[in-house]
Every structure is written in C-alpha cells, then in structure tokens.
Design a protein around this ligand. Structure first.
Ligand code: B1M
Length: 210
C-alpha cells in the first residue's frame, strides 16, 4: 500500500530527492496520479501550512517544500491530463495583486491546458490593470483569478471592477478560486463562478464555452 504519510514527511523535511523517489515508486506501483497529487502532495502541503501557522516551519523552508512539490507536479503533469478536447478558447489566469502563491494556480492552468484550452498564465502579483490589458491582448473569453491570502481577496473585487470599467465585462466569464475563496465571496464580488479545485475549475471553464 502506498504510504502517503511518507510523502508528507518528505515535504515537511523539504527533501525533494526523497519526495521524487516516493512519487516515482507510487507511479511504478500504478497508484493513480490524481491520488498522489491529492492524498500525498496537497495533503502534505496542508501539514506544511499548519506548521507555518504554528511557527514550526519558516518561510525559506516552506519555499523549499513548495519547490519540491512543484518538481513532483511536473512529473505528474502528463498523467493528469484530462484528454477530452474542448472548444478552443482563450483563458487568462493569474494570482491577484499582492499575492505570490502560485502552486494551485499553476495546477488550474495545467488542467485547463490539458483540456485543450489556450491558457495564458500571467504569473503572480498581477494588478487589475494588467489583467484588463491581457484580456484585451489575448481576446480572452475566460479570466481566472487566484488568491491564497485573506488580505489579497479584495484585489479580486478590484480586478472584477476594473474589468467592468474597461467595458470588457460582457466578453469574459470571471472565475475565482484559492483556499480562502468561497462561492458566497464569488457572488458578492460579481464573479461568474467559483471553483474549489483544479479539476472543477477546468470543468467549469469548459461548461462556459460549450
Ligand atoms: Co503562504 N500562506 N504565505 N506561502 N502558504 C498560506 C496560504 C497560509 C494559509 C499558511 C498558514 O498560515 N496556515 C497563510 C494565509 C493565511 C490567510 O490569509 N488566511 C499564508 C501566509 C500568511 C503567507 C505569508 C503572509 C507569510 C509571511 O510572509 N508571513 C506570505 C505571503 C506572501 C505573499 O503572497 N505576498 C506567504 C508566503 C508563502 C511562500 C512564498 C513561502 C509559499 C508560496 C510558494 C509558491 O506558491 N510558489 C507559501 C505556501 C507554500 C503556503 C501554503 C503552505 C501552501 C499553499 C499551496 O501551495 N497549497 C499555504 C497553506 C495551505 O494552503 N495549506 C500558505 C497547495 C495548492 C495545490 O493548493 O493553492 O489552495 P491551493 O490551490 C488549490 C485550490 O485552492 C484551487 O485549486 C488548487 C488545486 O486544487 N485554486 C483555484 C487555486 N487557485 C485557483 C484559481 C481558480 C480556481 C481554483 O480560478 C478559477
């Protein structure tokens, strides 16, 4: 049986080599990539988060753990592809202003890409003005905003407002997500959809197009 706890331990120890070995061993044992991601890596990251909150892990260590997770996500990437084609559509995605968290946002981008969408990943700390400029430039039909901090959730509202002010609101569906974000918050700021995870974000994007 796969020891997902060992993956958590390797993440907490910031041991990228051990983590990679465990992921490769699990794949060799035919453990589904989605289980490795959810039960091993994402659950492990939750433990890292708790330790960070309690002062048992510090930023440089959390960053190393995040990098270790990132390299394992690269291994899983081709195996997580959904395969089903979607109508070609242009999606702009980014983490909102003031927020540097990108692992979850990159997973969303990856799932959407693998579903056949044309994804423009802007990165982190993206201002409302830059979102608006990229929606115009890429002629996007969907924009995805990610926030991991309660303090950066207001930047989602500012981005929605900037899209409305730019006159582009009718052109794009606005989707929001990230650990502190809820459906109620999405409704409150006037977004079209909230997705709790990368899989449902990808499904929702496809439903907006089809
Ligand atoms: Co940060 N951090 N962090 N951090 N960090 C959290 C978020 C925190 C909950 C930790 C904690 O205290 N328990 C806490 C936030 C508290 C709060 O606001 N309520 C926190 C804090 C406080 C901070 C700093 C302020 C710490 C400090 O400096 N004192 C600082 C802020 C920096 C900044 O952004 N300005 C900070 C910094 C960092 C690092 C840079 C060290 C690092 C980020 C590295 C990186 O991303 N490259 C980091 C990390 C790694 C975390 C935790 C541990 C893990 C986040 C993560 O990657 N999770 C996190 C604790 C936690 O979440 N358990 C924490 C795994 C990822 C797959 O999940 O991102 O939720 P997630 O994405 C999911 C869904 O949310 C959804 O799909 C994804 C996949 O299923 N989703 C979307 C995400 N975006 C979406 C967009 C969509 C749809 C769905 O669009 C439609």
């Amino acid at each position: 049986m796969t020891d997902f706890n060992a993956m958590t331990d390797a993440l907490v120890a910031c041991d990228a080599g051990k983590l990679t070995d465990l992921v490769n061993q699990a794949l060799a044992a035919d453990v589904p990539a989605g289980d490795i991601l959810n039960k091993g890596l994402i659950s492990g990251m939750d433990v890292v988060g708790e330790k960070m909150e309690n002062g048992d892990m510090f930023i440089p260590e959390v960053l190393m753990a995040a990098q270790a997770m990132g390299s394992c996500v690269e291994i899983l990437k081709p195996l997580l592809a959904e395969g089903e084609g979607a109508a070609a559509a242009s999606v702009v995605i980014g983490t909102v202003k003031g927020d540097l968290h990108d692992i979850g946002k990159n997973l969303v981008a990856m799932m959407m890409e693998s579903a056949g969408l044309e994804v423009h990943n802007l990165g982190v700390d993206i201002s409302p003005e830059d979102f608006v400029a990229e929606i115009k430039k890429k002629n996007a039909q969907i924009v995805c905003l990610s926030a991991l901090l309660t303090t950066t959730m207001p930047a989602m509202k500012q981005t929605v407002d900037a899209i409305v002010e730019s006159g582009l609101r009718d052109q794009v569906k606005i989707m929001v997500g990230g650990a502190p974000v809820t459906q109620a918050f999405a409704d409150e700021i006037g977004a079209d959809g909230f997705a709790a995870d990368a899989g449902s974000a990808s499904k929702m994007a496809k439903s907006f197009i089809n």
